[in-house]
Design a protein around this ligand. Structure first.
Ligand code: A2H
Length: 254
C-alpha cells in the first residue's frame, strides 16, 4: 500500500429484516444500511452475502439523509470528517449492536445476481480496516470463497451463530469476470490450486490472493451487466461512478 489515503467504495446493503427485529427497536421505521467497504466495486454483480464479525460491537449512526448506517465506531468517526453523516466531526451512536445480533440479517445488495443475501459470520474481519462490514464475492475473492465454504461444510459453525441452511446453501459463486488461465471463477480455481482448507489458512490464502488479484485486474474481462465485454481496468471507475450516482454506494477515504 502507498503512503496516501486509500479510497474505498462503501456499498449500501439495505436491511430488509433482522432475524429478531426486537433486538434493535431503534431500526423500526428507518432505512437501515450495512455499509461494506470494498476496493472492487466492479465485482458487486457477484455478491452472495455480507460478512459481519461476531467479535465486533458495531454502531448505528445517522447519515445525512436521516437513514441509518451500520459500521464500526472507528469508521463512523472517519465518516463524520468526510461529510457523510448528520453530525460533523463527532459520533453519537443511535445504538451499539453486538455483531452476533446482526447475524442472519436479510439484505438487498445492489447489482447482486441474488434478489437478497444474508449477513453471515467471518472470523478474520479486522476492526481497524474499512467499516468492519465486508461484502462477499466468492467468485473473485479467495477470503470470501474460503469463509463461505467453511459455513457450507460446517453445520456446527452455522448453528453457533443461528445461521439457517437457507441463508447459505443456495448461494453459489457467480461467474462474472473471465480471467485468462483461470476461467470465470478465479478465486475458486486459486483456492483449489493452493489447497486452501479454511478461512484460517492464512499463508495459502495469501498466495491465492496475490495470484488472482493481479491477474483479475490486469487481464480480467467483465461478462455481465452494462459493461459486459469490457476489461476491468476500463470499466471499474464507471461502475463505481454509476453506483454512487444511484446512491447505492459512497466514496470513503482512510
Ligand atoms: B474486497 P485492503 Cl472481489 N477485514 O471487496 C478484512 N477484510 C476486509 C475488511 C476488514 N475490516 N474491510 C474490507 N475487507 C476486504 C471485494 C473484493 C475485495 C474482491 C477481491 C479482492 C478484494 C469483495 N470482498 O480485496 O487491505 C474487502 O474485500 C483485495 C485486497 O484495504 C476489500 O475489498 O487492501 C479489501 O479487503 C480491502 O483490503
Amino acid at each position: 500500500e502507498g503512503v496516501g489515503p486509500q479510497e474505498y467504495t462503501l456499498i449500501k446493503m439495505k436491511l430488509v429484516e433482522l432475524t429478531d427485529n426486537s433486538k434493535v427497536p431503534q431500526f423500526a421505521g428507518k432505512d437501515v444500511f450495512f455499509v461494506a467497504a470494498t476496493l472492487r466495486p466492479e465485482t458487486m454483480y457477484g455478491q452472495t452475502n455480507c460478512w459481519i464479525s461476531p467479535d465486533i460491537t458495531y454502531v448505528a449512526v445517522e447519515a445525512r439523509d436521516g437513514s441509518i448506517f451500520v459500521c464500526t465506531e472507528r469508521s463512523a468517526r472517519n465518516m463524520s470528517f468526510q461529510d457523510l453523516l448528520k453530525l460533523d466531526k463527532e459520533v453519537k451512536p443511535v445504538c451499539m449492536i453486538p455483531g452476533r445480533d446482526l447475524m442472519g440479517a436479510k439484505l438487498k445488495a445492489p447489482l447482486s445476481h441474488y434478489d437478497h443475501v444474508y449477513a453471515l459470520p467471518m472470523l478474520t474481519i479486522k476492526e481497524g480496516k474499512g467499516t468492519g462490514v465486508v461484502t462477499s464475492v466468492p467468485s473473485d475473492a479467495p477470503d470470501d470463497f474460503a469463509a463461505l465454504t467453511d459455513l457450507k461444510n460446517k453445520e456446527p459453525l452455522r448453528q453457533k451463530y443461528g445461521i439457517t441452511d437457507e441463508m447459505v446453501l443456495p448461494y453459489e459463486p457467480v461467474p462474472i469476470i473471465d480471467v485468462p488461465g483461470y476461467g470465470s471463477l478465479s478465486a475458486v480455481e486459486a483456492c483449489k490450486k493452493h489447497k486452501v482448507k479454511s478461512q484460517n489458512d492464512t499463508a495459502k490464502l495469501m498466495e491465492a490472493k496475490e495470484e488472482v488479484y493481479l491477474k483479475g485486474f490486469y487481464e480480467g474481462v467483465l461478462n455481465v451487466g452494462k459493461y459486459a465485454g469490457t476489461q476491468i481496468q476500463k470499466c471499474k471507475d464507471a461502475i463505481k461512478a454509476d453506483m454512487v450516482a444511484a446512491k447505492e454506494a459512497i466514496k470513503y477515504l482512510e
